[in-house]
Each structure stands twice: as structure tokens, then as C-alpha cells.
Design a protein around this ligand. Sequence first.
Ligand code: ADP
Ligand code: ASP
Ligand code: MG
Length: 420
Amino acid sequence: MSRLVMKFGGTSVGDVERIARVARLVAAERKPGRGLAVVVSAMAGETDRLVALARAAAGEGGNKAPLAGDDFNDEYDVVVASGEQATTGLLALALRRIGVPARSWQNWQIPFRTDAAHSKARVLDVETEALAASIDAGCVAIIPGFQGVTAEGRISTLGRGGSDTSAVAVAAALGAERCDIYTDVDGVYTTDPRIVPKARRLDKICYEEMLEMASLGAKVLQTRSVELAFARRVPVRVLSSFAEPGAANPGTLLCPEDQIVEKQIVSGIAYSRDEAKISLLGVADRPGAAAEIFTKLADANINVDMIVQTEARQAGRQNMLFTCPDRDAQRASETIAEAREQIGVEEIHLRRDVAKVSVIGIGMRSQAGVARTMFAALAQKGVNIEAIATSEIKISVLIDAAYTELAVRALHSAYGLDVA
Ligand code: ADP
Ligand code: ASP
Ligand code: MG
């Protein structure tokens, strides 16, 4: 018996007609000896609507401080997880309507277990006994993405975009031949096709590159889903949910690096506008200063990304800058401000209108001149670089957010990625 997992994102299940189309795509994948599990997102816009409701109920925008943290996150999960629950029932009905046996499985019924980190839970394990028996008997299982159940039996969610991770976790647990992620683009492109019309679809991309692309801002797959696919060696394909059932729809296959014959120096370009820059001027130049700063930030649960430290003009002082997600920026700056005298920081500056643009490629490991091409292309467009970070297979720069699209397009051309 083989098994296939199919996942459909929000736009793909955006209304009842689209759900009927999804049902036909699912029906076209049925064949003897193959069990099907389908993971669905909430209908497009539904999660945003539910998030806004939860925030309003918790008092956001009111006179008193709104509920936050542990007082908020568990019930937030109950609210937002309901979007996916509705879609499972709708798709099960649409399948039955065309004669395909199907049933919905809420996560507590499977169970699909996560830790108790509400609103950003991690998958622990997926029980498969009952689920596998049902799909192997020919009944298509419709599973809500994004949600899970904790050891206490409470509903959890996996963070925005988390249905991708749900699908890969189900595929890994079921030992599926593949996990097909159907979305509103027909594969993974060299960069976001919405901002670069000359972007190209990739036939294959290796897990390492996809991991960098996702974590550096390409929203096509949630980062955690790629990590999980990489760790569990789940073949993942990203493809269009708008293709006709049975028509050619090759998409993009995520695969191990050794299956990529021609290693591109740069395979893709990612960008993220969810960035802020915090500059600390005149930091005491003594052992332990950086440790104190980043301990304070870690204790406040703030993820720091790029870090640059340089000598200041005054003796005994350093300048430092770091970036963090924009939503945490105010808190990060306040956290340092509270400990300013104790650490020895003269000035704190916060800048929120910055973006990170990154070029990614496994071919970089063995090629010189990749950074030069990037910096020259940006210089030619008059884009100033405020910080740089590199790893073996990526180079990221921080720039003024107003130049994001210009920079991505310029780099796309500079590395020869434009379609002819
Ligand atoms: P879904 O609702 O199906 O999960 P998402 O909106 O999360 O879909 O992801 C698909 C979107 O990702 C596309 O519409 C596209 O604009 C965006 N995207 C960003 N970078 C890329 C890329 N490199 N390749 C393809 N799509 C990308
Ligand atoms: N519905 C959730 C979201 O909008 C999860 C997902 O679609 O992947 O973030
Ligand atoms: Mg998504």
C-alpha cells in the first residue's frame, strides 16, 4: 500500500467552487493500492479575520493593556484553529458529492500532538494507527493544517503558514511516497513571482537552499516544514492548485543536494520586510558586554539575526548593530534601554524601514566573486548597504525598505536568473 499526502493552501480553498475543484484534484490522485490524506488550510482571509477577533476580544486598542502571553495564547489557538476545522468538513462534503469516500479528522481525534508552546507549537508526534487503517481502506482523510493537540488535550497552533508543516509531519508519520503542496503558484521560483515577473520556476531545489529561501523570507513554504522534510527525508513537491485535474503539473521537487546535477552559484533570491535595525553606539568595550546585551534579548524571547560590531572613535567604546523581526523591535529597544547604564551603552537608535535581501545558492561554496557581483549590482542602482551577513550558501544585506523590489530585480538580472 502506498500513501500520498496532498496539502491545499488558503487561496486554493478560498470558496466553495475552489473546494469543488480541489475535490476533483484529489479524486484524480486516487488509484488502487494508494491511500490519500489531504491537509487543508483555512479559507483565504479567514485566519486573519479570526486573529483580529481574538485580539479585539483580548482588549487590543482599548484603554487598558490587552491580555498577552500565557493569558492570551491558549485561547487565541482555540479561535484561530477553527478556520481549518471548517475547511475539512467542506472538502469532505465536496468529495462525497462526487462519490469519493472521505471523512474529516480533527487533530485531537488523530491525535496530532504538539508541545504546549501555544501560537507557535512544535510537532511532537502523529499517531497513525486509526488514520492509516482508514485511508488504506479507501476513505480519504481530510486533516486540518496548522493545529495540534497538547499533552493536556488543549488545542495548539503551529504559527502562521503552519499547514505546510502539518502536511509534512503527516507525510513523515504515514511514510508517504511524497507530500504534494498545492498552492497559488505553480512551483518554487527563483524569487517571488509577484514582484519579479521575469522569475523562473525551478524544476528542483535542494533542501538546504529551500531552507535558506524560506527562512530568509520566501513565504511559499513555512521554514519548519522544510526542516522537517529535510530531517525526515520526505520528498516534497510544490505545485499549482489551479491546473486541470490530470493535466501536466510538474511543480518543483525538493530533493537532496546530490540529485542536483548543475549546481547554480545563485539559485534564488529572497527578501523580508519584517526587519528592524537597532544600533547601539558607545558600548563599553569590555568582555561580557555582548553577552549581557544578548542575554537580555534572549530572556525577552527576541530572535536576533544580523550582528555587526565595530570599533568606535572613542577609546574604550564599540558600536554595535543588530536586526530583529519588526514586531519585536520596540520591545528590543526598550529591553536594552532598561539595562543601559548597567551594560554601558551611550545611545540606542531604532530604525524600522529596513529590509533584508538575500542571494542563495549551493554553488557559492566553490565560487569566488559572488559577493562582488551582489555589491556591484546594488551600487549601480544606488542602493546603500547597512549590514551584511553571510553563510556558506547565502549572502544577506540590509537595505532601506523602499529599495526592496529594485534590489531584488537588479540581483535577479545580475545573476542571470531572468527568463529570456
Ligand atoms: P498558501 O496559501 O497556498 O500556503 P502562500 O501564500 O503561503 O500560499 O505561499 C504562496 C506565495 O508565496 C505565492 O503566491 C508567492 O507570492 C509567494 N512566494 C514568495 N517567494 C516565492 C518563491 N520563491 N517562489 C514561489 N512563490 C513565492
Ligand atoms: N491558516 C493559517 C495561516 O493563514 C495556516 C496556513 O494557512 O498555513 O497562517
Ligand atoms: Mg502558506
